[in-house]
Design a protein around this ligand. Sequence first.
Ligand code: HEM
Length: 477
Amino acid sequence: SRKPTRMPQGTFGWPILGELPPRSIHITKHLKNLKQKRGPIFTTKWGSHRMVVVTDYHLIKKAFNHPDIQGRPAFFTFELFSHFKNAGLVSSHGSVWTENRLFMLRHLRDLGMGKTALEDSIQQEAEMLVDHLDKTCVGKPAVMDHSINCAVVNVIWQMLASKRYGLNDEVMVRCSTRFEEELAICQGPMFLVNVFPWLAKLLPSIILNKVLQAEILYRNRDEIHLMFQQVIDDHMATLDPNNPRDVIDQLLLERAHRDAPDYLTPEDELDFKSLMGDMFFAGSETTTTTLRWMILYMAINTEIQAKVHKCLDEVVPKDRLPSLNERNQLQYVDAVLLEVMRVSSLAPISLLHATTEGVTFEGYDIPKGTVVLACAEMCHRDPAYWKHPDKFYPEHFLDDEGKLDGKKEGFLPFSIGRRQCLGESLARMELYLFSTAILQRFTIEPPEGVTLSTETDPSQIVTNVPLPYKVILKRRI
Ligand code: HEM
């Protein structure tokens, strides 16, 4: 357990155990305590994984742009979804990752991600969502149910496969509940198998499957892959090479065998399914949870909410949904949404990277296979960058003239560098269109006598999720 001398300051901790983060303290608080003793870049070890923690914005930017810090750690839960093969996007590395990332970026751009072509489909989902909330949540304390997730998942379905499903459709229910369940299990006891990979081989299968719930992860993965397989088969049967409809058609056109467009190699089939799974996994809970944070922060900060209502009423006619056309006139609203992302820090430690070669970084030698962790939430609360780090203060993102200043140093909700979130433009567009649709229709209030809390569950270290809450929606129009 002794660390090489030229690694950053810190220790590998106890033999076997290393320095596992305690589950009772929030991960950012734990890492902040270590930073105070060891400095802005330090060494630690979680079980079998040696780790370098980077806490400063500029150092994170430099590290995550380094060509040899673009791998992912060999975590059981990362790799299970791609059958422990180098496939898909989120957990892949090397040429598979480069090729898949370039493919996705190119075709999402062609399909209109970040531009206005997707606006119609997001607005269609936004309308369904506000109508559903209107029927189920108005006038009484209500939980924001899975309709938000459904709307977000449908946007991804439309992009990938030109499909959309109703709220109670079996595919929709399966899709949203399975991904939610996967994320919860990955952050729960299965975390132990990530940090002690040998447990997967040593533990009796009954403990691995039942106690650590690996069985559910495998079952969900297989169910999801079967669902994707059917969609791919349908696309193969109806493909028109001159008129590609969506991302799956584009994948088939590029990868299916030229002489037999209805044949894919097993490797390509797995790659397709992993890629689809990654888009849902990375793009649904993230956006949904950020919208849940938005609703919570609006219920708590009623004066700011009133200001958002005023902006919307001045700019958007009440008989239609807000659109991207008037976004430029609603810069305060965008500042509010950026502030939601800052204070909630959905991905407090971003996604873990790993070195793919031995790296010399900031005068330190970091061996190949070292995990690199970026403290995004620490940057979001760093007084060096934020006037009121612990306050909900949209003016953080406005300049002196009230104009939006979205490219702030210290702000990295979508991470930074070569693996920066691939769906950032889509996510920003969704957050804006869904949030403005909700706020145009409703006033959000806490139930009488209830003080809403922005605390998170400290045992969830991958994402900051609000504790379950109820709010009251009041119809405005
Ligand atoms: C508010 C919403 C979202 C947040 C906060 C978010 C955040 C992140 C973060 C922190 C990463 C890790 C980047 C890294 O490893 O350095 C990431 C990666 C990724 N995100 Fe997002 N994301 C969001 C929405 C989306 C959406 C809508 C999609 C697509 C439908 C998406 C697709 C991806 C993919 C594919 C990756 C992996 C990129 C790679 O490994 O090269 N994300 N995201």
